[in-house]
Ligand binder design. Structure first.
Ligand code: ATR
Length: 494
């Protein structure tokens, strides 16, 4: 069974123990990063394993190995040997360290050596051979940790892991692009997956043991777990896993949904079926590239020129592309009207980018002919003329145009999105108070534009509702089932 390990990176043993206690229910073993401790803690190292009730890995990583210990070889050996008088189950020794005394001691005391190799720049040449020859003595566990910089490297690491013949090995992809290797131990053929937890708010890509278990279903997976996820760049801030994974659990579906930072969507989609990939959300900046790439796609993808969902068709051995931004936009609007919101006969779309294309397509499909206004008027013209719609700039003429198209106003630009929430796409526009105002931004949920609309008495539809409903549509495509979105699950982000 794959083990989940908690890496303890605190500066005192007391703090490390506190973090351990908080996370004990989720992990199988822990790693004490002794090189990150203050030096006055070293004499206490032998006592640590007795204070915890799981196997402990001792790691004293040296500076030249990417750690923090700056002593020489003799000091290293002395500290490790002194610590190993305690009940450590494993010791991680980098291949660059030569210490026959430690090897001998471990051999005689039933302590397994993890023989590790770290490359903080990428995957070294001849890595397969390196992994094969890492163990020096029987019973050692080879560990390969490489920085992953690209989608191609991620798949290369998976292949290195899969083709290796060690019965027990540790494979780690470092950096943002390496995150899937931590979440998919079976696909990378690693015996152990590392996680960390600390007092500081988690940085993107940092996955706590609790998230591993509760969000990513670490213990619930089988050999045949269907793999879903989201590809984009950057993408680790996404909240979509918190939406889809609990829904898999609720429906008793053997599936998992994880984020894949991706710089090459074509390569990704070509190779992910080998790792069990069945369906993916596509986000910025890959939506148009994927739309162009696919041969199988629905009309909406062709018309909008953007694809945000792909499903693997096993019979045809190809991906089918969908756009759930378009039904995702319409559903909250319908709901609003069914709940007694004002009737919509006319509409204005602010913006002419990718989001606007999906919105205009959706409105036209729903029988509403909007006008399109945009800061760069020729872009509004390009979009509007595809459907024979009126268009304008964000100027005096635009204001006149919108006056006659203002039952519904849809804000599709990125102005007002964090980290620049002070921006307003059209400060000159004064709300009459009769408009329904639909905002596509969801971070923050209440943009300055939407705030102004509300203060003027307009009915408003927030962007998080569109986000949620496009996620519901995606889940239906992934599984054929309904997603019962708990309000709290989605949180703040996508
Ligand atoms: P997306 O795919 O998210 O729609 P996009 O294709 O880059 O992104 O389009 C961004 C839209 O936001 C455009 O309509 C852009 O206007 P321009 O075509 O003039 O660039 C609009 N936009 C971005 N910043 C804006 C701002 N500060 N004020 C008004 N419109 C803005």
């Amino acid at each position: 069974m794959v083990k989940l390990c908690l890496s303890l990176t605190e500066s005192t043993l007391e703090e490390a123990l506190a973090i351990y206690r908080e996370n004990r229910p989720f992990v199988d073993l822990c790693e004490l990063r002794a090189d990150l401790l203050k030096k006055d803690q070293y004499p206490l190292l032998p006592d640590f394993p007795d204070k915890v009730d799981c196997p402990v890995i001792l790691t004293l990583r040296r500076r030249n190995e990417g750690g923090n210990f700056d002593g020489n070889n003799t000091e290293y050996t002395q500290i490790v040997l002194a610590a190993l008088r305690g009940a450590y189950a494993f010791v991680d020794v980098d291949i660059r360290t030569n210490s026959p005394e430690i090897d001998r001691y471990c051999g005689g005391h039933d302590i397994a050596v993890i023989r590790s190799y770290h490359d903080y720049t990428g995957i070294p040449e001849g890595c397969e051979q390196l992994l094969r020859t890492l163990p020096r003595n029987t019973g050692e566990i080879p560990k390969l940790a490489c920085m992953i910089n690209t989608t191609r490297e991620l798949f290369q690491l998976a292949r290195i892991g899969a083709y290796s013949e060690h019965s027990r090995q540790i494979i780690v992809g470092m950096g943002d692009f390496g995150v899937p290797s931590r979440l998919l131990p079976r696909q990378f053929n690693t015996w152990l997956s590392y996680s960390t937890a600390g007092r500081q708010p988690a940085a993107p890509g940092h996955i706590t043991p609790k998230e591993m278990i509760e969000t990513y279903r670490f213990r619930e997976r089988s050999k045949t777990t269907a793999l879903f996820g989201i590809i984009g760049n950057p993408v680790l801030h996404t909240r979509s896993p918190a939406l889809h994974n609990p829904a898999f659990r609720d429906h008793g579906i053997d599936g998992v949904y994880i984020p894949f930072p991706t710089d090459d969507p074509e390569y990704f989609l070509c190779h992910i079926p080998d790792l069990g990939g069945k369906g993916f959300s596509i986000t910025v900046p890959h939506k148009t590239v994927v739309a162009r790439m696919l041969t199988g796609k629905e009309d909406a993808v062709r018309e909008i020129g953007a694809c945000n969902t792909v499903i693997w068709e096993d019979k045809k051995k190809r991906w089918e592309g969908y756009n759930t931004d378009f039904p995702g936009f319409i559903a909250p609007l319908k709901e609003h009207m069914e709940l007694g919101g004002g009737k919509v006969k006319t509409a204005a779309v602010i913006g002419a980018g990718g989001a606007a294309r999906a919105v205009v397509y959706a409105l036209v499909k729903a029988g509403i002919k909007p006008c399109v206004v945009n800061r760069t008027a020729p872009r509004a013209k390009d979009l509007a003329e595809r459907y024979g719609l009126p268009w304008g700039g964000l100027d005096r003429e635009g204001l006149e145009l919108v006056k006659n198209h203002s039952d519904l106003i849809v804000q599709t630009t990125s102005a007002g999105m964090s980290p620049r929430p002070e921006a307003d796409p059209w400060p000159e526009y004064r709300f009459a108070g009769r408009e329904i105002v639909y905002e596509c931004i969801y971070t923050p949920v209440f943009t300055r534009f939407l705030q102004r609309a509300k203060e003027s008495g307009c009915e408003v539809i927030t962007g998080d509702r569109m986000l949620r409903s496009q996620g519901e549509e995606q889940f239906r495509l992934f599984t054929g089932k309904r997603l019962n979105t708990g309000e709290a699950r989605l949180g703040e982000g996508p």
